[in-house]
Design a protein around this ligand. Structure first.
Ligand SMILES: [Zn+2]
Length: 261
């Protein structure tokens, strides 16, 4: 991770945890959670946790540097983050004996919440007793999880969450999004050259006429085209050809039509 480039989030959300300011960062279709404010709030040694996360067999593959903007002076800092879906996995491994004594009950509550979430998955039949482990091919070291489907789910969930937070429709489903990616051959809808990397809102959520996160407004895009288009309305993008915009618009209209079965 040392010489790795920091991810640049395209959206940030500021929240608070036990009085510590936490900036959640949306980058690469995932929500990244900075670990240091949680350590500060719970009185955990940051140096100890940083070293621990970096040698953790699972988290070490997921930990990323993310450039977080600071509330003052337009400055930035680089934060060590893990994706939101791994947060509870980190929490349940923390020992209450390592936090400030007054925070131990809070950590226990957090851990219990994590365990209960796993219990809930058990009831929903998504997690079973591992009697089939004999037939599972185990690797010497656990590799990063195959996140394809999980990534799609997260990307859709995060983009729906963005729309909901500003009161716009959020009807895009994972199945619809898979169909959309397939219809663009897994490529960026704009350049048709690079692979799809992010969900791009054709009419940005910030536009007063935005339909929200819907199948007819979400376009698979590469990072480069996504950056070029930015937060602009498709009719106001200077650096993407009009014919390209029209082609994408037509495809979106087609995708919006209900399936014939
Ligand atoms: Zn592109």
């Amino acid at each position: 991770m040392a010489d790795e480039k920091a991810l640049i989030p395209f959206e940030e959300q500021r929240v608070s945890f036990l009085g510590e300011a936490v900036t959640l960062a949306l980058a690469n279709d995932r929500v990244y959670v900075p670990l240091r404010p949680f350590c500060n709030a719970l009185g955990l040694s940051w140096r100890g946790q940083f070293a621990r996360v970096k040698r953790h067999p699972i988290l070490k593959h997921e930990v990323k540097k993310v450039r977080i903007s600071l509330a003052v002076d337009n400055r930035h800092s680089v934060a060590t983050c893990i994706p939101e879906e791994f947060f509870w996995g980190w929490i349940i491994t923390l020992s209450p004996s390592r936090v400030k004594p007054e925070h131990a009950p809070k950590l226990l509550w957090l851990r219990e919440t994590g365990y209960r979430a796993m219990g809930q998955m058990y009831f929903e039949d998504k997690l079973k007793l591992p009697f089939d482990i004999d037939s599972v091919e185990l690797r010497a070291e656990i590799e990063p999880m195959s996140l394809n489907k999980q990534r799609l789910q997260l990307a859709v969930k995060n983009q729906c969450r963005r729309a909901i937070s500003i009161g716009l429709p959020a009807t895009l489903t994972v199945e619809q999004w898979e169909r959309s990616i397939e219809s663009f051959d897994g490529l960026c809808a704009y350049c048709e050259e690079r692979s799809y990397a992010v969900i791009e809102h054709f009419i940005p959520l910030s536009s007063p006429t935005s339909p929200g996160t819907t199948i007819g407004n979400c376009v698979p895009s590469c990072f480069s085209c996504n950056t070029q288009k930015g937060n602009r309305h498709p009719d106001d993008v200077p650096n993407i050809l009009r014919s390209v915009i029209d082609r994408v618009r037509e495809k979106l209209q087609y995708l919006e039509e209900p399936l014939p079965f």
